[in-house]
Design a protein around this ligand. Structure first.
Ligand code: UD1
Length: 423
């Protein structure tokens, strides 16, 4: 079993280059099934969720070949109904994008109910609602999501009850080739939604309004492959910004879109961290002895503070002076990582959907677990600032979404290694 071992209290100096955004790449990879054609995708991150998705595409009969920095994908001839083992689709949430993609291209979908990180209940009612609104029968049956549009899909008016990234992606996928026009209201505005829409438009689709809460789609059957460069990962960038603030030092985080980083940047500045922003970089500067100010932060849909950064900022507030309040506004239960921080000495009380953090308690390395992807990043951040050695297990969850986190942090001076332990 591999674990990450960190010896803390080493300030970080140097440059970290940010990889392509996993959460943009996943819907785009599934969209290649919807379109059918040859694609040349650049800047795919080397993380296990992406490799699993490429494996799913191959199981459907697509060819996926790495060629330098690009991945060539051909989904022209695929068997859309090749059986995908449940244990494969359950490894991640994004496998449900195959429902929108299959339904949009073939009028029929049959995909195992997805898994993903455990944040409490993760309903899919809005996904089913959008498929039904476009004319399909859709339900969950025996562990599978099934959807069938006997008469084909027809454009319609979709009004989401909640802001959902996943349901917005599935609505776009299903509506792109539908007959007529679709309007999606109360759509998610995340950069990954904009990326998916711009990818599909390069394939010949007619999608406008992505990035606002109203997306309009004029159905288009005649789609084709394209070349596409995946946008930088704002959560990976935010994680290293917070890591640099926690460890102290001076770190240049390159290949970012600063606009995507505004909510994280604002909180770091509020805590007293220096953030120098350039065209495509953020430089984080902090003297490790410099005190950090307490904050109140609430995770909400974009452009608010991202739920995917909530655990990492909570780890940083453990060092702040006074009481910080870290609230979760997207998921019912995204505080399982708090217990791991408490093993290291953090003083945190979780009340409902808020973590109340008494900052400044001395933190010491010990054995902890990555309870989920971003919770794993939070314990790495805490370990960088803690006294002594931290050993983190269950690191496969971290590797779902961080491209070479050990290599990138050790290149800027962190004492971090991946070590194989006997099972
Ligand atoms: C969410 C985050 C996304 C993050 C991902 C993984 C938001 C809006 N979404 O995306 O940024 O990358 O988790 O951490 O911040 N919901 C329903 N019915 C549905 C679908 C969702 O009630 O059919 C609710 C969920 O319970 C949740 C909220 O909507 O409270 C947002 O869920 P959604 O955006 O769909 O989740 P992800 O796409 O996984």
């Amino acid at each position: 079993m591999e674990k990450i071992v960190i010896c803390g209290k080493k300030p970080l100096y140097g440059t970290i280059d940010i990889a392509g955004m996993k959460n943009a790449a996943l819907p785009i990879l599934f969209a290649t099934v919807l379109v059918g054609g040859k694609f040349y995708i650049e800047n795919l991150p080397d993380v296990s969720d992406i490799n699993l998705t490429l494996d799913i595409l191959k199981r459907l009969g697509a060819t996926c070949v790495h060629n330098g920095d690009a991945t060539e994908i051909d989904t022209t001839e695929i068997d859309p109904y090749a059986e995908l083992p449940l244990d494969v689709v359950k490894k991640m949430r994004a496998s449900y994008y195959l429902v929108g993609a299959q339904l949009g291209r073939y009028g029929k979908a049959h995909v195992g109910y997805p898994g993903g990180c455990d944040f409490g209940t993760r309903p899919i009612d809005q996904h089913l609602k959008c498929f039904r609104t476009l004319g399909a029968d859709a339900d969950v049956n025996g562990g599978y999501i099934e959807a069938y549009a006997k008469e084909g899909l027809y454009g319609n008016h979709i009004f989401f009850d909640v802001v959902s990234v996943g349901a917005t992606v599935n609505a776009i996928l299903a509506a792109t080739r539908a007959e007529g026009s679709t309007i999606i209201e109360n759509a998610a505005r995340e950069p990954h939604i904009v990326a998916l829409a711009s990818f599909l438009n390069m394939c010949g689709a007619h999608i406008t309004g992505a990035g606002t809460d109203t997306i309009k789609i004029r159905g288009e059957k005649d789609l084709h492959g394209c070349s596409y460069d995946i946008i930088p990962d704002m959560i990976e960038a935010g994680t290293y910004m917070v890591a640099a603030a926690a460890a102290g030092g001076r770190v240049m985080i390159r290949n970012i879109i600063p606009k995507h980083m505004e909510s994280v940047t604002a909180k770091l500045v509020e805590m007293g961290v220096t953030v120098n922003i350039g065209d495509d970089y953020a430089e984080i500067v902090r003297d490790p002895a410099q005190p950090l100010s307490r904050i109140m932060v609430k995770a909400v849909p974009y452009p608010g503070f991202p739920t995917d950064m909530q655990p990492q900022i909570c780890a940083l507030t453990c060092q702040a002076e006074g009481t910080s309040y870290v609230s979760e506004g997207v998921w019912d239960n995204r505080f399982r990582y708090v217990e791991e921080l408490m093993r290291m000495g953090a003083h945190i009380l979780v009340e409902g959907k808020t973590a109340i953090v008494e900052g400044g308690a001395p933190m010491k390395g010990t054995q902890v677990s990555a309870v989920d992807l971003r919770g794993g990043a939070a314990v790495i951040i805490a370990a960088l600032a803690a006294e002594g050695i931290t050993v983190i297990d269950n690191i496969v969850l971290i590797e779902r979404g961080y491209d070479d986190i050990v290599g990138k942090l050790s290149a800027v001076g962190a004492d971090i290694r991946k070590v194989s332990f006997p099972d």
